[in-house]
Design a protein around this ligand. Structure first.
Ligand code: FES
Length: 164
């Protein structure tokens, strides 16, 4: 259950939006920040706040790659696997990070620190290959840079929230 201040804040955001649907991603991201991922409880709360059916919220949630309908680590690393990044070494970057983390792409390290996921184009194709952690994007990511970012996340020295 979300605290009263968060509920009030989200109600105000929904009221300020032109349509409730417009506020949906904002609401889901706020709930995700609170719970760590968009739990079933969070989905129900989003449904009530947005006055949309749980199915409608679920459809939106599954459409957005940055909304997580299953548990994720404290940090979520997205590596773009769309065409420009793929052609610029994105696949190798993804493999390299998976090897460094010793996990399969799509899974989370046993310590719960990092989840590694592929993602669609981040809209930064000119800087390929790209990755994203929380709200922060990284472009022209070399294998070394990727390794440094992941090491910093594991040491908690990058200061990025997984679900921000
Ligand atoms: S293809 Fe990766 S940012 Fe566009």
């Amino acid at each position: 259950m979300i605290p009263a201040h968060l509920k009030t804040d989200l109600e105000q955001r929904v009221a300020a939006a032109v349509t409730n649907r417009e506020a949906a991603v904002d609401v889901m991201k706020a709930l995700q920040r609170h719970y760590g991922w968009l739990t079933d409880e969070a989905l129900d709360e989003a449904s009530q706040l947005l006055k949309m059916s749980p199915l409608q919220v679920e459809e939106l949630a599954t459409f957005y790659e940055m909304i997580y309908r299953r548990p994720v680590g404290r940090h979520v690393v997205h590596v773009c696997d769309s065409i420009s990044c793929w052609a610029s070494g994105g696949e190798t970057l993804l493999e390299s990070l998976a090897n460094l983390l010793n996990i399969e792409c799509g899974s989370t390290t046993p310590d719960g620190a990092v989840t590694l996921l592929p993602c669609s184009c981040l809209g930064n194709c000119g800087e390929a290959p790209c990755m994203m952690v929380g709200e922060k994007q990284y472009g022209r990511v070399t294998l070394e840079m990727g390794a440094e970012i992941v090491a910093a996340l594991r040491n908690n020295s990058l200061g990025i929230s997984a679900t921000s």
